[in-house]
Design a protein around this ligand. Structure first.
Ligand SMILES: Nc1ncnc2c1ncn2[C@@H]1O[C@H](COP(=O)(O)OP(=O)(O)OP(=O)(O)O)[C@@H](O)[C@H]1O
Length: 219
């Protein structure tokens, strides 16, 4: 679904922070992306989301060479990718419900067709009491769960999540992991960037390990 061949990345005139990355995120695959702080996990996720272009190598996404995509090509591809960023990126003037429903609204779906699904998912992530609250009054962990619900609501083909359990306690982290696994079972490829060994030990999953700019894969 997304393939990297000999991809390298440098910022400005700095050294290469990622080197010779060759791997594939397959349809309906499940993997953790890990490595020490500063190893390049966020940079790699941003390249997977086409928010950052590699400085060398080839990225193929859904059968297309990413370097040939135009500005107009990007939105339909990105709509098939759910992302949870470390800074959540919730819209301040909207409630939890409106933030989570946004991807469906943007697609032009009638609210009657999704209202209950949105409410159910928000309850599932434990934010039932926060349906009508704006992000400003949510805690860090609550914002994170709202961002996760928004990324999942439209059943994306790929979910990219950057430290999605970084602000929640271990029982809730396990619950979120179950949600990601359920999403994966129903067809979504999942990439979870994390430092959390305890989280990774809970599932037998492929690990992509970044270290000193290079990637090792443990299937
Ligand atoms: N916008 C930028 N400009 C210059 N250098 C950057 C930029 N973003 C990241 N870097 C550098 O690239 C390297 C990889 O950073 P990145 O944030 O991808 O790592 P990470 O593995 O996600 O780290 P963490 O786990 O701490 O979030 C680091 O050396 C970082 O300083």
């Amino acid at each position: 679904m997304i393939r990297f061949e000999n991809v390298g990345l440098r910022y400005d005139m700095g050294p290469e922070v990622l080197r010779d990355l060759t791997f594939e995120i397959g349809r309906q695959s499940f993997q953790f992306l890990t490595g020490p702080s500063g190893a390049g996990k966020t940079s790699l996720l941003r390249m997977l989301f086409l928010a950052l272009r590699p400085t060398r190598g080839l990225v193929t996404i859904m059968g297309r060479d990413a370097s040939t995509l135009t500005r107009e090509d990007l939105p339909p591809i990105r709509r098939r990718i759910g992302v949870v960023f470390q800074d959540f990126r919730l819209l301040d003037h909207m409630t939890t419900y409106e933030n989570v429903a946004l991807p469906l609204r943007v697609r032009g779906r009638a609210e009657d067709s999704y209202r209950q699904d949105v409410v159910d998912l928000i309850r599932w992530v434990g934010l039932g009491e926060r349906l009508n609250a704006p992000p400003a009054v949510l805690s860090g962990g609550e914002k994170q769960r709202a961002a996760i619900a928004r990324a999942l609501i439209d059943q994306p083909d790929i979910l990219l999540a950057d430290e999605p359990t970084g602000n929640v306690d271990p029982p809730l982290a396990r619950r979120l992991l179950r949600l990601f696994m359920e999403l994966n079972r129903t067809g979504t490829a999942v990439v979870i960037a994390t430092h959390d060994l305890g989280l990774m030990e809970q599932v037998e999953a492929r690990r992509l390990v970044l270290s000193e700019g290079r990637l090792e894969i443990y299937d």
